[in-house]
Design a protein around this ligand. Structure first.
Ligand code: COI
Length: 357
């Protein structure tokens, strides 16, 4: 299928002036990709000006949260090349999330067409500083106007983009969340769906008042095993070895998580994917055996953790950032930003579209 380019796209892109400070996810590129699916049949995609959606107030997504999304990045590499990082992983994960919510998978070819088209046309919007990128947000939503609790028969697939800085830069103070639960076993924790994030918002609002940045979620089955943060995976370094919670069905299988494990093993680090009991981890932080901890995600990259707060107690990590998180962050960014050999075959080049003619 070929992508239709709306004639207004070039003018939108030419007239776009990004502000000096980008932040994360608040500046939107002026174009978006859209395709629709009716009764299992996908339309071809269109690149069009960024604009609000026309959604029926009875659309299933607004009532029953039938929507899932992805996050991936386009980088400016070696001056002017455009590259995506492991986009097929995001296509596969979106298909997994869609299946969990009874939505049709976006064909991998359509997903790739969407992210590649947006990256190609927005090439000039990709920030050049290290740690910055064009953050791409593919979204799939059920649009059928019908209030019965059943799967939609109509869907939209969109790709929007945001020239962005990293989501978090480090020194994160985590709050161990012992009351609220984010994602139950058998639920949607390993799918990238809005409901998981909605369930985290109350905890985030409460912890901010106590001077913390992010919740550390425990598995609701035992209220002991660490799952993840609200939008990042968790890692700890103990006596030079890397430990991260094993994917247990309620943890999002992060692309950055998977990439850091591969890089760490390539550098000879021992990596343990295992159940991690919060009380054990806190005791090991207190004794100094756990010297550093960090969170990771597409948006956040690698973000060092400085403190774990648990009720009235506070556990300070000794190395912030520690050598392992610095090495992993540097090695990942070196691949993503084209300074190091792409030894894992993760980077996918996109031909930028010139708007000159
Ligand atoms: C990402 O890292 O891409 C996410 O979707 C996490 C979100 C909290 C920004």
């Amino acid at each position: 299928m070929s992508v239709t380019i709306d004639p207004a796209v070039a003018a939108c892109l030419r007239g776009f002036e990004p502000p000096e400070r980008l932040g994360f996810g608040s500046v939107m590129a002026p174009v978006m990709f859209r395709a629709t699916c009716q009764d299992g049949v996908w339309s071809s995609g269109e690149l069009r000006p960024y604009a609000p959606l026309a959604l029926d107030p009875a659309a299933k997504v607004l009532h029953y949260a039938q929507s899932c999304f992805e996050g991936l990045k386009a980088y400016r590499v070696r001056g002017n090349e455009v590259c995506l990082f492991r986009p097929e992983r995001n296509a596969d994960r979106l298909a997994h999330s869609a299946e969990r919510l009874c939505m049709p998978a976006v064909p991998v070819s359509l997903f790739m067409e969407g992210v590649r088209t947006v990256a190609a046309y927005c090439a000039n919007l990709i920030p050049a500083s290290s740690g910055e990128s064009l953050y791409l947000r593919p979204i799939l939503l059920g649009t059928q106007p019908d209030l019965s609790v059943s799967a939609s028969n109509a869907f939209e697939f969109l790709v929007i983009a945001s020239p962005s800085e990293a989501y978090h830069t480090g020194n994160m103070r985590l709050w161990v969340e012992r009351q609220d639960a984010r994602a139950a076993p058998g639920g949607t924790g390993d799918a990238k769906v809005g409901g998981n994030y909605a369930a985290s918002l109350r905890s985030t609002a409460q912890l901010k008042q106590r001077g913390f940045d992010q919740s550390l979620w425990l598995n609701p089955a035992d209220h002991r095993s660490i799952d993840e943060l609200s939008g990042m995976n968790f890692f700890a370094v103990m006596e030079g070895e890397l430990h991260t919670p094993a994917l247990n069905g309620s943890i999002l299988p992060g692309v950055t998580r998977d990439s850091l494990i591969a890089i760490a093993r390539h550098h000879g680090l021992v990596v343990h994917e295992r159940a991690m009991d919060i009380d054990d981890v806190l005791a090991l932080v207190q004794s100094g055996t756990c010297s550093e901890a960090f969170a990771c995600g597409t948006a956040a990259i690698v973000s060092p953790i400085s403190v774990l707060g648990d009720g009235e107690a506070s556990y300070q990590l000794h190395q912030v950032p520690g050598p392992v998180s610095e090495m992993l962050r540097g090695a990942l960014l070196d691949i993503q930003e084209g300074r190091a050999e792409d030894r894992f075959g993760w980077m996918q080049r996109v031909e930028a579209v010139s708007l000159d003619d």
